[in-house]
Design a protein around this ligand. Structure first.
Ligand SMILES: Nc1nc2c(ncn2[C@@H]2O[C@H](COP(=O)(O)OP(=O)(O)OP(=O)(O)O)[C@@H](O)[C@H]2O)c(=O)[nH]1
Length: 548
């Protein structure tokens, strides 16, 4: 996602790595990388110009301090790159923010209306369904009005969505959209619904007839919110469309769709700056649950390769049963989990969407996601082998002997070597988890290890010291898990011995600087303890020498 934009920031980071000073030349060179990638990503030219000027002004004027005091009062070393990235982060956030995901609805029980507008194919109908699904979860009672009367398929599409969501859909053949919307409100009152979502018609391009019809709907029903659905793949064109819709209808905000694909990101970065109206939601896939609240901080973090902890937490919350996660984690850490638990974990992670999207939100993986190729096919293979095991084998994989391996191989259509490999990896994972379980330290606070539902705490945890302690442990655990996180098979790019994951001490200090992580805990005590231990060792040595 947004790979084109990210590329420029990554190049700037590489350019500044190891530099102690932010000289004007270095800043300009770094900004050149960024400018090129922003333009390539189809960010509006004026927006690029302003963004670059703002970052330059701050970066060049900045006296780079080599140490700063963080929120916890600790002194930290920071590099020129840290400063520069922090400025970029703040400016990206300012460009896209502030957060405003309100829908201006009246209190529950009173009838409110949302009018959905957009060009044809922007994802308007799908997004109307997603919004209805979200409102249902919030305890509202939505009703959908099919006001895209020119395309019979659009009416049918909305009816299908309504059936799936168990939400009433209002439509009357032969009635013009402004009147249809009005009758939709009446139908909602009759059916005791409290939010009307009007799916209006789209055209291939803005035209006078379309605009006049939308204006007539607006003046007929006076909706509480008018949202424009924009296809993020279209870049600058969608920003021009947005400005025109806003001029005619006075929009309340935007929903950017298809950000899960290879959207270049131009619209996400330009739309707020150009129109002054906020992005409220992001469409991240075709299914009804793929609508995320827009948080500029999260997107800025993902663009800069810092992950998006809050977004990740929301994904987990959607699919995880907290109690079960806790039980699973306990089993996992005791080394007592079975093949059944293993596959259930895989299934749970799969429900959260494509692995690459998920990993991108992990600060731990940071820039690595560019090279990570999580192999979804591997998961399917594992599930096939698992499905061919008996209930007993799933609980006691140690019972699986050569003849059982052959049977599982035939049943799943996989080679016997693959079955053996799965058992081997599983065994190793059990072993590694068991040993971590005896001394989980901070690792015990990672999702999947303890209370997935408590992922929120990750924002308050010291990942740096966690892996800084023993980076090999992570490597070992990953190898045991089939080369991936939480049992996820993927290829890590050439991990060298002693490799420290990107969220090592340095990155952690940076994340801290940005407020992504709290001050390191226990450092002074650790130092004191080490000093104390050394002192004791010296004293003991002295004593021993005297004894001799
Ligand atoms: N990948 C992805 N696809 C999406 C998203 N939102 C919508 N789509 C797809 O985009 C296509 C068009 O979506 P529709 O909802 O039919 O678009 P529309 O704007 O209502 O189109 P008209 O009814 O023709 O005006 C469909 O195939 C959707 O499944 C999204 O967030 N991500």
């Amino acid at each position: 996602m947004l790979e084109t934009v990210t590329k420029g920031f990554r190049a700037a980071k590489n350019r500044l790595a190891g530099k102690s000073e932010l000289t004007p030349d270095l800043v300009d060179e770094s900004l050149r990388d960024i400018r090129v990638s922003l333009l390539e990503a189809d960010v509006a030219f004026d927006v690029v110009k302003k963004f670059v000027a703002r970052v330059r002004e701050k970066a060049v004027g900045e006296v780079v301090q080599t140490t700063v005091t963080d929120a916890g009062g600790q002194k930290r070393r920071v590099s020129a790159m840290d400063h520069f990235i922090k400025i970029c982060h703040d400016e990206l956030q300012a460009l896209m923010g502030p957060v405003d995901t309100s829908l201006n609805l009246k209190p529950k029980g009173q009838l409110s209306g949302i009018m959905m507008v957009g060009l044809q194919g922007s994802g308007k109908t799908t997004t109307t369904g997603k919004l209805a699904s979200r409102l249902l979860q919030e305890g509202r009672k939505p009703l959908l009005v099919a006001a895209d009367i020119y395309r019979p398929a659009a009416v049918d599409q909305l009816k299908v969505l309504g059936e799936r969501l168990k939400v009433p859909v209002y439509f009357e053949p032969g009635v013009q959209p402004p009147e249809l919307a009005k009758r939709g409100y009446a139908a909602a009152r009759e059916q005791k619904c409290d939010v009307v979502l009007i799916d209006t018609a789209g055209r291939l391009a803005i035209d006078e007839t379309l605009m006049a019809e939308l204006e007539a709907i607006k003046s007929n029903v006076q909706p509480d919110t008018i949202l424009l659905v924009c296809d993020a793949m279209i870049g600058q064109d969608s920003v021009r469309t947005a400005a025109e819709f806003d001029r005619r209808l006075t929009l309340d905000g935007f929903i950017l769709t298809k950000l899960d694909g290879d959207a270049r990101g131009g619209a996400a970065l330009s739309i707020k700056e150009v129109t002054g109206k906020p992005i409220k939601f992001l469409g991240m896939g075709e299914s009804m649950d793929k609508l995320e609240e827009f948080r500029p901080e999260g997107l800025a973090g993902r663009i800069l390769g810092f992950g998006d902890i809050v977004g990740l937490m929301k994904d987990f919350e959607k699919v995880v049963d907290e109690k079960k996660a806790e039980d699973d984690a306990r089993k996992l850490l005791s080394g007592q989990f079975s093949m059944k638990d293993f596959v259930e974990q895989i299934r749970m992670v799969r429900r959260m969407g494509p692995l690459k999207d998920l990993l991108e939100k992990f600060p731990l993986f940071g820039d690595l996601t560019e090279h990570l190729n999580p192999d979804e096919k591997e998961l399917t293979k594992i599930e096939a082998m698992y499905d061919s095991m008996t209930a007993k084998e799933r609980l006691r994989p140690d019972l699986i002997n050569a003849s059982r391996i052959n049977r599982i191989s035939k049943g799943s259509g996989r080679k016997p070597e693959e079955v053996r490999e799965l058992l081997q990896k599983f065994g190793m994972m059990q072993q590694v988890m068991g040993s971590i379980g005896q001394n989980p330290g901070l690792l015990g606070r990672i999702p999947g290890f303890k209370q997935l539902g408590q992922l929120g705490q990750m924002k308050n945890m010291d990942l740096g010291s966690m892996f800084g302690k023993d980076p090999k442990m992570l490597e070992k655990a990953m190898a045991g898990m089939g080369g991936g996180m939480g049992g996820m098979p993927m290829q890590l790019p050439q991990i060298a011995p002693g490799y420290t994951p990107p969220m090592g001490q340095a990155a952690m200090a940076k994340a801290r600087l940005m407020g992504y992580a709290p001050p390191a805990v226990g450092k002074p005590d650790d130092r004191d303890a080490i000093k104390e231990r050394r002192k004791k060792e010296k004293e003991n040595k002295k004593k021993n020498r005297k004894k001799k």
